[in-house]
Design a protein around this ligand. Structure first.
Ligand code: HPA
Length: 273
């Protein structure tokens, strides 16, 4: 066993001691989107700092604990707080929890994030299903020797976001009168928000929204053979011509306001698992 597989085993063995259920799905909650965790029943909370080899997150709005419990009567493991490359973690650390959730037994990973909108049809508070991404992050989580027991050397990325889950999410949204966009998420390092020229550039290359997370976790999820569903809350619009200053507080506020819609879609998708 390699060092990484040893660490995954140590973390998942530790977590398994708290719960004799096997989670079907993992849920990663983005900035300002942690309220979904309150819908988890019979919740067992494990602070990241107690889990062997888990990094500990530092960003405001990310509480930093793993939650085991039931959503829509299905066993899930949720991360309240995620790790970002801009915090100084390595890509291996950023994606370590995905490896651990896979080892716990999940087959599907749900991800939420706050993102800036570049599509002129988007407004603050809108939801966007991620149907594809463009990776502009400067490091790759799979760089280095491949561990074939974890996944292939050259993973296919032609369809990282599961089509059936996207289709079902659209049905759920329509049934509940929720407007839903779908689009391309551009993953960047941060921590600066983009300049106007950068938002424009990202729109020209095919992006609809931009954010500082998600892409590394999706890559590792695909490497591990997981199904992925991901959704962005549009918390700011980068391409407006008028004065347009973006703050972290504004991002958190917009995410919080849109959160109930996102929770509804995630919990209905989980019900159908
Ligand atoms: N850019 C990058 N990340 C973000 C943004 C943004 O505009 N909004 C929320 N996260």
């Amino acid at each position: 066993m390699s060092e990484l597989t040893d660490q995954i085993k140590a973390a998942s063995d530790y977590i398994s001691k708290f719960w004799d259920e096997k989670p079907l799905a993992g849920v990663i909650l983005g900035s300002g989107l942690g309220d979904l965790a309150e819908d988890i029943e019979d919740a067992i909370e494990i602070p990241y700092k107690d889990i062997p080899h888990f990094p500990v997150s530092t960003v405001e709005g990310h509480s930093g604990k793993l939650i085991l419990g039931y959503m829509s009567d299905k066993p899930v493991v949720a991360m309240a707080g995620r790790f970002h490359f801009y915090e100084g973690f390595s890509m291996k650390q950023v994606t370590f929890p995905v490896r651990v959730m896979k080892a716990l037994g999940i087959h599907t990973l749900f991800i939420s994030n706050a993102a800036g909108g570049m599509n002129p049809d988007f407004s603050v508070g809108d939801l966007m299903i991620i149907r594809d991404h463009i990776n502009l992050q400067p490091e790759h989580p799979l760089r280095g020797p491949n561990e074939s027991e974890l996944g292939p050397r050259f993973p296919d990325m032609s369809e990282p976001y599961n089509k059936e889950l996207i289709y079902r999410a659209m049905e759920i949204a329509a049934m509940n009168q929720i407007d839903l966009h779908s689009g391309v998420y551009v993953g960047v390092q941060g921590p600066t928000f983009e300049t106007r020229a950068e938002y424009k550039y990202m729109h020209i290359i095919g992006g609809d929204a931009v954010g500082m997370s998600t892409v590394p976790e999706v890559i590792v999820a695909i490497h591990s053979g997981l199904r992925v569903f991901a959704m962005s809350v549009i918390t700011d619009i980068g391409i407006r011509e008028e004065e347009n200053v973006i703050t972290h507080e504004e991002v958190l506020e917009a995410a919080k306001a849109a959160e109930p819609k996102l929770t509804l879609i995630f919990s209905e998708l989980i019900r159908q698992l």
